[in-house]
Design a protein around this ligand. Structure first.
Ligand SMILES: N[C@@H](CCC(=O)N[C@@H](CS)C(=O)NCC(=O)O)C(=O)O
Length: 224
């Protein structure tokens, strides 16, 4: 059976969540690199696969799945030896789903509202309210972390999804680590637990923040 194709970029937090999940499941992927800055995601060939022009998407033998949250659930249900990352019990699963929606609707949305105008619209602004909103994201997650992981004491997809975004947010706007002890401990736990974490998540987070900041400075010069 051919490997699953993953259309992604190392810079993309949701793309990295898929790579982290596949690594945990022992699933080999054929990576198809998509350069967002070059507009690969707006080309006809890609739009046929995802008219919403977002990465990541997978193509699993002709089955195309878009949205990282949908993709990582699919990978666990279809290929996981067990469902421990996305437990069958309805109560636990509801909590994992809440964590996935927290990433999608709160963390990642707040991050994208900051970086998209810089990447795509030539903006150089650093609006304080957008930064405050991201800082609030740290607080919300910190206050919800009462156990080792987001849902009890076992690693689930909620953790994988959120760590991809949180690690990136931290490179853009570091948190005051003294204010969020539970969050800091959770980040360190995931760093230790997730296989090839530095390569699959941290490197892309650092690179993304650097590229975005240099583009922002270039945009500022161009605006003069
Ligand atoms: N909810 C989606 C968000 C995907 C997303 O917005 N990806 C960004 C890159 S990090 C993207 O493809 N942006 C290009 C665009 O929206 O045109 C997911 O989790 O996959």
């Amino acid at each position: 059976m051919p490997n699953i194709k993953l259309y992604t970029a190392k810079l993309s937090p949701p793309g990295r969540a898929v790579e982290l999940t596949a690594k945990l499941l022992g699933l080999p992927l054929d990576i198809v690199p998509i350069n967002l800055l070059a507009g690969d995601h707006r080309k006809d060939e890609f739009l046929k696969l995802n008219p919403q022009h977002t990465i990541p998407i997978i193509d699993d033998g002709g089955v195309v799945v878009r949205d990282s949250h949908a993709i990582i659930i699919y990978l666990v249900l279809k290929y996981g030896k067990d469902h421990s990352l996305y437990p069958d019990d309805p109560i636990t699963r509801a909590k994992v789903n809440a964590g996935l929606h927290f990433d999608s609707g709160v963390l990642f949305s707040r991050l994208r509202f900051y970086f998209e105008p810089i990447l795509y619209e030539g903006s150089s602004a650093v609006p304080q309210h957008k930064i405050d909103y991201m800082q609030k994201g740290y607080e919300l997650l910190n206050d919800a972390l009462v156990d080792d992981y987001m849902v009890g004491n076992t690693l689930t997809l909620a953790d994988i999804s959120c760590i991809a975004t949180i690690a990136t947010m931290e490179e853009f706007f570091p948190m005051d680590r003294t204010k969020y002890p539970a969050l800091v401990a959770w980040i360190e736990r995931l760093r230790q637990t997730l296989p090839e974490y530095e390569q699959l998540n941290q490197e892309g987070a650092v690179e993304f923040a650097e590229i975005c900041e240099s583009l922002r400075l270039k945009n500022a010069i161009n605006a003069k």
